[in-house]
Design a protein around this ligand. Structure first.
Ligand SMILES: [Zn+2]
Ligand SMILES: [Zn+2]
Length: 196
């Protein structure tokens, strides 16, 4: 049995044990935010570890410092993967500059890449670019229903035009891509009403 006189450090340890036992790990970042700048700040430091499940390999990995939003483990963080992470971030920033929607997540983009087998959505060559089907300059956003992988060549042939105005790519390829993208769109309520 423990003596009745606990040191400050022992009291902190006791409190930490209680917190770890009773709080869901994903809530700990919130708690840390609440504690920051209060007298209870000293509690926070050893609590700054929590487990996250990698969105790719599903293994759990430890988050020990901010940002608390990391979604993938270090094994999955290959150069190719990091390139896509920064591509999505750059294109979201670009869309935001135009005040357009910028909701594409890395997970959604990788799903799109998987769907097109990392090839150009138009011609099937290896992809190198992210194409906005409706160009950003024409109100297109960086969203899962507007972004597809393309090669340099097709991206240049498409030339920042609205899909309806593109003449240098086969119409059937444009339509195929349009169909894919509309399958990604959340059902429109007015469409729904037509089917009722
Ligand atoms: Zn992983
Ligand atoms: Zn192509």
């Amino acid at each position: 049995m423990r003596g009745s006189i606990l040191t400050y450090g022992e009291k902190l340890d006791e409190l930490r044990e209680i917190i770890v036992r009773t709080i869901a790990p994903e809530k700990i970042p919130l708690l840390l935010e609440e504690l920051a700048g209060t007298d209870w700040q000293a509690l926070a430091l050893p609590l700054q570890i929590y487990w996250q499940k990698c969105i790719f390999c599903q293994t759990s990995f430890r988050l020990t410092k901010p940002p608390w939003t990391k979604l993938y483990c270090s094994l999955c963080a290959t150069d190719a993967f990091k390139r896509e992470v920064s591509r999505v971030a750059t294109q979201c920033t670009r869309a935001r500059c135009f005040d357009h929607q910028a909701t594409l997540t890395i997970k959604e983009w990788l799903e799109t890449l998987d769907y097109f087998e990392r090839k150009c959505a138009y011609c099937g060559d290896p992809f190198s670019d992210m194409d906005h089907f409706i160009p950003i300059t024409q109100q297109g956003g960086t969203t899962k229903d507007n972004c597809i992988p393309t090669c340099h060549r097709c991206n240049a042939l498409k030339d920042n035009l609205h899909p309806n105005e593109v003449t240098r790519l086969p119409r059937k390829d444009i339509e195929r891509v349009a169909n894919y993208l509309s399958s990604k769109r959340a059902p429109d309520l007015s469409d729904l009403a037509e089917h009722l």
